[in-house]
Design a protein around this ligand. Structure first.
Ligand code: SF4
Length: 309
């Protein structure tokens, strides 16, 4: 690589790193993900998302105005061909606290699920239980997962198409038993940025199909639909993601979210009535505008937010 090509690659990597760092900083601030004294258990699968999450959190930790500690945890599920030496090697070299938990969930899943059936739901349930137990043993106050913006959008469509619910993945949630707080600090980060970052950093990726099973085809179908939209309608994904943050309960049809029976001549006007108006569609998708501004005005605001974390 020529000197100028190298300089350009470094410049692009720095830009990418800043964008991811800002996204994570803003998500942490917006959702109150990490607080003073937290011990954050970062779940590391060996995929691009969790490597990026750990990398960015380690970086933020150095400059954040609050103190928090990190512990990386990988669950070795004893899948055939799992390269057990890769993560300990990488994490030792990084100097981060870590724990590898070994549990043969692969054997359990193989025993319980008939051949040819998808094993992911039992496997995930077992994994979740083990990770919760590990968090307790380690005294972790938060559990960080590597899901990103595109996972959230995909999940929303999956729930709409197949579950009849308008529901996505929360950026922060309480576990069923109330004992754990799970956070998704990559909530504002785009998958394509994570992918580029992971390639540039040459993280030692562990393939995710070692178990030989496949997550449902539906997710793949939704992913392809979104990728197609992204190509044909630039800005649409960004706009949809903004829409997920701008819900108007009075203009949906969920009786539990909005008390329609209470609407009377005397109630306050919530969003106004556009029933007789044409719906105004902006010439440029809102998401595209925000994306263009990202490196200029918006970034200054985001940096301020990051500094407030
Ligand atoms: S793909 Fe394999 S390891 Fe991943 S959740 Fe499904 S069964 Fe488990």
């Amino acid at each position: 690589m020529s000197h100028s090509a190298e300089a350009k690659a470094q410049y692009n990597l720095n830009k990418l790193h800043k964008r991811l760092r800002r996204g994570v900083g803003q998500a942490i601030a917006d959702f109150g993900m990490i607080e003073e004294g937290d011990k954050v258990m970062v779940c590391l699968s060996g995929g691009k998302d969790s490597y990026t999450l750990l990398d960015i959190l380690l970086n933020l930790q150095q400059s954040a105005p609050i103190n928090f500690s990190l512990v990386a945890v990988n669950l070795d599920q004893k899948q055939p061909g799992f390269p057990a030496e890769v993560l300990p090697g990488y994490l030792s070299q990084l100097g981060v606290d870590f724990q590898i938990v070994t549990e043969d969930t692969y054997a359990i899943v193989k025993e319980k699920i008939p051949e040819g059936k998808t094993t992911c739901s039992l496997c995930s349930r077992l994994r979740r239980g083990i990770l919760y137990r590990t968090a307790k043993e380690l005294g972790a106050t938060k559990i960080a997962l590597g899901h990103h913006r595109d996972d959230m959008i995909e999940t929303m469509f999956l729930n709409m198409f197949y579950g009849g619910k308008l529901k996505s993945m929360p950026p922060k949630l309480q576990s069923d038993n109330g004992e754990h707080i799970v956070i998704r600090p990559l909530a504002y980060c785009r998958e394509k940025d994570i992918e580029k970052y992971s390639d540039a950093k040459q993280f030692p990726i562990i393939p995710c199909n070692l178990c030989g099973s496949q997550d449902g085809l539906q997710r793949q179908v939704v992913k392809e639909m979104l990728q197609d939209w992204d190509k044909r309608f630039p800005g649409r994904i960004e706009t949809m993601f903004q829409a997920m943050q701008n819900i108007v309960p009075s203009h949906m049809i969920d009786k539990n979210l909005f008390d329609f029976k209470a609407v009377s001549h005397h109630s306050a006007v919530v969003e106004g009535d556009t029933a007789f108006d044409k719906v105004a569609v902006p010439a440029v998708p809102v998401g595209l505008l925000a994306e263009d501004e990202e490196d200029s005005a918006t970034s200054a605001v985001m940096v301020q937010k990051l500094e407030l974390v």
